[in-house]
Design a protein around this ligand. Structure first.
Ligand SMILES: CC(C)(COP(=O)(O)OP(=O)(O)OC[C@H]1O[C@@H](n2cnc3c(N)ncnc32)[C@H](O)[C@@H]1OP(=O)(O)O)[C@@H](O)C(=O)NCCC(=O)NCCS
Length: 190
């Protein structure tokens, strides 16, 4: 599926190219669209794995978007036919240099369940393991987010533990998943 993807260096920017999706580093102007994704309560609940009242969700979203602006070089938008449908981002785990934590949001709901998330993630994983030279990728997702878990499993992630976070007397269970470089089946490498 991803055999045709290329890693193209174009001046100072580059693109990760799949059959249907293109990933490129986020630009400040893209935040207009990313901010728009987080106006939708369902997106916020799935992305953060919580269900709270609107004002609380608004606050966590605004903190998250502020932090995202500090990670421009670790955030890529996902495009389909030149339209931004989502983004993916990573941060280093403070304690371990080659371990990262990953997040993905397809913010345009019309594109859910059509394999775009899986394709984008596989391309991004190939880039992270081969170009950024990470060894291990972790992520966590809400127990109720079955779609995300399935998408991550299709990319090779394995469930490693269950955890729970309690806020405002409500506990939210989450699933931690991880993928090691040696277990990643790199379809992009052909
Ligand atoms: C999670 C997300 C990235 C997945 O991307 P996507 O393009 O929708 O996912 P894909 O189409 O590649 O794969 C989804 C899979 O989940 C399956 N699925 C969908 N709803 C499901 C459900 N309720 N239970 C089980 N599986 C489900 C789909 O059938 C598909 O599996 P299949 O190919 O075996 O049929 C995207 O939906 C998204 O960004 N959602 C909102 C934010 C979010 O949840 N982010 C992740 C937070 S950790």
């Amino acid at each position: 599926m991803l055999k045709l993807w290329n890693f193209l260096k174009l001046k100072n920017s580059f693109k990760l190219i799949g059959l249907r999706v293109i990933l490129r580093p986020v630009l400040k102007r893209d935040f207009k669209i990313i901010n728009q994704f987080f106006k939708d309560q369902e997106i916020i609940e799935l992305a953060f794995g919580v269900k709270y009242e609107k004002n609380f969700l608004k606050n966590i979203t605004s903190d998250y978007l502020q932090n995202l602006l500090l990670c421009l070089n670790k955030t890529f938008v996902i495009e389909v036919n030149k339209k931004i449908i989502g983004f993916t981002t990573y941060t280093y785990e403070a304690s371990q240099n080659c371990h990262i934590r990953l997040g993905i949001t397809i913010g345009d709901k019309k594109y859910w369940n059509q394999g775009y998330g899986t394709e984008a993630l596989k391309i991004f994983l190939s880039y992270l393991f081969n170009k950024i030279k990470v060894n291990k990728i972790m992520l966590d997702t809400a127990l109720f987010n079955q779609r995300a878990q399935r998408c991550f499993e299709k990319c090779g992630f394995k469930k490693i533990k269950r955890d729970s976070e309690t806020n405002f007397n409500t506990a939210f269970s989450k699933i931690w998943m991880s993928l090691n470089k040696e277990d990643f089946k790199d379809e992009a490498a052909g």
